[in-house]
Design a protein around this ligand. Structure first.
Ligand code: ATP
Ligand code: MG
Length: 499
């Protein structure tokens, strides 16, 4: 079922999200959409899947102009979307989630049996296997993603829009997902793949469409593109160095000192420091305990033993609010639960944690405005004004709003867990500059990242974790992708556990 978009435009107030877009998507292909944050990728995906309505233009399916007035209508025409944030019911198992809303209306036990049978058949025919014996909240993000895909298949979707499906996946999970995408394509399904991972895009696509400022720049075959040619078309600029030069920290004074931090099964005996002006990366496989350690330092989770010192004094942090008062800021891993208030303005989201402090000053509003303006610019948010709601921002710009909020408190220690997730290449570079600049000004920076190039490109020191313990520390020239990988996979820890 070929899909054609003709002269489609879409505005949100003064923002032109799509500007006279023309695009053909051939049936049975993987067609990627790439572009900087705010380029209009999600908007296009949402129009095709009935989440948004176009202002003008038309969509043709198999040569026929069609209306797509709602997600339900899109589905009846065989189109569905797997959105940037997953939408599963956490307490139910995979089969329940797959058939939610389309269950058979037979008696309760018959229904259970039918659902189970149909689920097994679906996993067999699609080759997409996920455990069904536990609530989906207990599944890895990769498996949750597969449940979303099974949901789409159970609804007989022929065209599946996947909006940044790999943004939260590990390298291994991404490889599995790409295989799933290929096998769906080989079964004749059409996949519209929105992603900032240009390597994956080049690897998996049959066609690539590059968007910029709501317009299509070009559609081409991956064999005619390179990473740099894509970057240049997306940004309109030559692709430069990916990372700023490293400035070695000159003050060894530790800002953060962690001694013997231990928490149940999650991590044990974690000791390290982060000095003023230093960027330290916590690396390791997903599940190695990196994020858990960061959350404990920040007071988002408790720990059993050990201590956290900030500028030489032991601090007791039982809540993120205390962390902020102590000069620690953190950008947590998942955008969804890091407390952006979607229907409030960017301004309110930036200043919210500091209102108490601000209101002690008489010049509250003026202080607030300059705090917001400064950090809005520093984080490189692309929006018409700071009065826009956070909901109206593209995914990557929401991430930058979080950055702005964290920086507004002038932290001495900045913890960034996957700081560039969902952020386009151009903005990634801007965030790297920002982190390097913060360090140069004397801030201690702790970065957690699953992207190896990011770890290697940014960090002065890399601490590698495995199953909840530190297994290696790499400094200066020792830092390379292969050194980090071999430490992350080394048998040291497993042997240690066995003995
Ligand atoms: N519901 C909305 N209300 C107002 N503006 C919106 C809304 N949705 C999107 N926009 C605006 O439309 C433009 C395109 O946004 P879109 O979400 O399509 O970008 P994107 O290419 O998916 O970016 P990202 O890579 O950051 O996800 C942006 O300027 C965004 O702020
Ligand atoms: Mg998007």
């Amino acid at each position: 079922m070929d899909l054609e978009v003709r002269s489609v435009s879409k505005r949100f107030g003064a923002t032109i999200a799509l500007d006279n877009v023309n695009l053909k998507i051939a049936s049975g292909t993987i067609h990627s959409l790439i572009g900087e944050n705010g380029a209009g990728k999600s908007t296009l995906g949402k129009i095709l899947s009935g989440v948004y309505q176009l202002d003008s233009g038309e969509v043709e399916l198999a040569g026929q102009a069609v209306t797509i007035g709602s997600p339900r209508e899109a589905l009846s025409r065989g189109i569905t979307i797997i959105a940037q944030e997953l939408s599963l019911v956490p307490s139910r198992n995979a089969a329940d989630n797959v058939y939610l809303g389309i269950e058979d209306h037979a008696g309760p036990w018959v229904r259970r049996g039918v659902i189970k049978d149909r689920f097994e058949e679906l996993t067999n025919t699609s080759g997409i296997i996920v455990p069904n014996d536990r609530p989906v909240s207990a599944l890895s993000i990769g498996d949750q993603q597969k449940v979303e895909i099974l949901r789409a298949l159970a609804r007989n979707a022929e065209v599946i829009v996947m909006d940044e499906p790999t943004a939260r996946l590990s390298v291994e999970e991404t490889a599995v997902l790409k295989d799933v995408m290929r096998s769906l394509r080989n079964q004749g399904k059409t996949i519209i793949f929105v992603s900032h991972f240009l390597g994956d895009v080049l690897d998996v696509s049959d066609a690539i469409t590059i968007m910029r400022d709501g317009k299509i720049i070009r559609t081409s075959k991956p064999s005619d593109e390179t990473h740099d040619s894509l970057v240049e078309a997306m940004t309109g600029r030559k692709a430069g160095e990916a990372f700023p030069a490293k400035t070695p920290p000159n003050s060894p004074a530790p800002v953060l000192e962690v001694n013997g931090l231990t928490r149940g099964m999650q991590f044990a005996d974690i000791s390290f420091t982060v000095g003023a002006g230093e960027i330290v990366a916590l690396a390791g496989l997903v599940g190695s305990g990196r994020s858990e350690v960061a959350r404990a330092i920040y007071g988002a989770d408790p720990f059993d033993s050990g201590e956290v010192k900030l500028q030489g004094s032991v601090i007791k942090i039982s809540h993120p609010a205390t962390a902020i008062e102590n000069g620690i800021a953190m950008i947590p891993e998942s955008r969804k639960d890091q407390g952006l208030i979607l229907d409030r303005s960017i301004r309110e989201n930036i200043s919210l944690p500091y209102l108490k402090k601000l209101s002690q000053l008489l010049m509250k509003r003026r202080e607030e405005n300059s705090m917001v303006a400064e950090n809005f610019a520093a984080a490189g948010i692309r929006a018409l004004s700071s009065e826009m709601t956070v909901r109206s921002l593209s995914g990557g710009n929401q991430q930058k709003a979080l950055f702005a909020r964290s920086l507004a408190g002038h932290p001495t220690l900045f913890i960034a867990d996957e700081p560039t997730r969902g952020v386009d290449v151009g903005s990634k570079r801007a965030i790297y500059e920002l982190l390097a600049d913060l360090a140069r000004k004397g801030m201690a920076v702790l970065v957690i990242s699953s992207e190896l190039d990011e770890v290697v490109g940014l960090a002065h020191r890399v601490i590698v974790m495995q199953t909840g313990r530190i297994v290696a520390e790499l400094v200066g020239d020792q830092i390379s992708e292969s050194a980090v990988v071999s430490a992350a996979f080394s048998m040291k820890q497993r042997e240690g556990l066995a003995s």
